[in-house]
Design a protein around this ligand. Structure first.
Ligand code: GTP
Length: 330
């Protein structure tokens, strides 16, 4: 979807050379030398819940941030009352540059494509093996969103007590995406290994068992959610916002995304997807015409595969992902 003026932020500004030399774009800002660092764990109605050392501080955006958005996962600089005591409010004066940005598409209730999480390392795509049935097209779209965001994807297949995972695993084998299979009450040690030291966003549509998983991974999750609600005054956790939860023993973070149904893929460039396929990216650089979308006959990847540099399965998977950008979001 075309971006509107209000979606642009500071990162998009291009400074035009001027005859009078370069002038600062904005007025000089106060240095805020006393600012402390925070990590945004929840956002709701203009209030930002930030972790500062070992305490949580509620903050608002300082006016000087302009249109710059603040999202879960952002690392921010805070001033004002950063004590974290009840009824205190700090101010966010700076958002540090982001390592990755996960975007969600426009939907019926919100016409704008928005960044929902910043700085996450992994995208855990949670899919039930049955009840509800897996939706491979949705999985493909989520994989593309992960690659585009600069995140590593991870498949988490739930409800293995209801259906065999082998067929679905085989479908994704050539992508080389790590997969973890679980069932009700299953041992999550293998999943914890995959999450250790990472910031992982969990996505999955309703009923796949994501809440069950979050509660098993973070025994304190319910309390964290109700705490956010107490701060923001909501009866329950806002259906479309994200919430970062720390894994026990500081072993990493998971970010739950209730209500995130789809990802906008219109902005995705094929290069961002193919870069996740090292064996094919090399062939694309050598043999494809500029701006090749890898779906037309001029694509050089067929000969690259024919010459034995990569497998047909990998190329087929790449093309399936590239095609998943077309059409309506699931
Ligand atoms: N058989 C089986 N059922 C499961 C498993 N995991 C979760 N469930 C059940 O599936 C249903 C949905 O689980 P939730 O954890 O609420 O799913 P969710 O993805 O959070 O769904 P929403 O709350 O709608 O977003 C519940 O009735 C769970 O008890 C599993 O591994 N096997």
């Amino acid at each position: 979807m075309a971006r509107r003026a209000r979606d642009y932020d500071e990162d998009d500004v291009r400074v035009r050379p001027s005859r009078r030399g370069s002038r600062p774009r904005t007025r000089i800002r106060p240095a805020h030398e006393d600012a402390v660092e925070g990590f945004v764990v929840a956002v709701d109605r203009g209030r930002y819940r930030c972790l500062v050392e070992d305490r949580t501080v509620t903050a608002m955006r300082a006016r000087e941030l302009g249109r710059k958005g603040v999202v879960v996962g952002d690392r921010v600089a805070l001033v004002g009352d950063v004590s974290g005591r009840p009824d205190t409010l700090a101010r966010i004066v700076r958002v540090e540059p982001r390592g990755s940005t996960l975007r969600r598409t426009a939907d019926d209730t919100d016409p704008f494509e928005r960044i929902i999480v910043a700085n996450a390392d992994q995208l855990a795509i949670v899919t039930a093996l049955a009840d509800p049935e897996p939706r491979p097209r949705l999985i493909d779209r989520q994989l593309v969103a992960a690659y585009d965001a600069g995140m590593h994807p991870l498949l988490v297949l739930t409800k293995a007590d209801l259906a065999d995972p082998d067929a679905l695993l085989a479908e994704y084998a050539s992508l080389g995406v790590p997969a973890f299979v679980t069932q009700r009450g299953g041992d999550l040690a293998g999943l914890r290994d995959l999450l250790r030291g990472q910031i992982t966003v969990l996505v999955g549509h309703s009923g796949v068992g994501k809440s069950t998983l979050v509660n098993a991974l973070v025994p304190d999750a319910e309390r964290a959610v109700s705490h956010v609600n107490a701060v923001t005054g909501r009866g329950r956790h806002t259906s479309s916002s994200a919430l970062a939860l720390e894994l026990p023993d500081g072993e990493g973070w998971i970010i739950d995304t209730p209500g995130v149904r789809s990802f906008g893929l219109a902005h995705v460039r094929p290069e961002n997807v193919i870069n996740a396929f090292e064996d094919l990216a090399e062939g694309a650089a050598e043999r494809c015409p500029p701006h090749c979308d890898h779906l037309q006959s001029e694509c050089g990847l067929d000969s690259w595969v024919a010459d034995g540099h990569a497998s047909q399965g990998r190329l087929d998977s790449l093309r399936r992902l590239l095609r998943s950008r077309e059409g309506e979001a699931d």
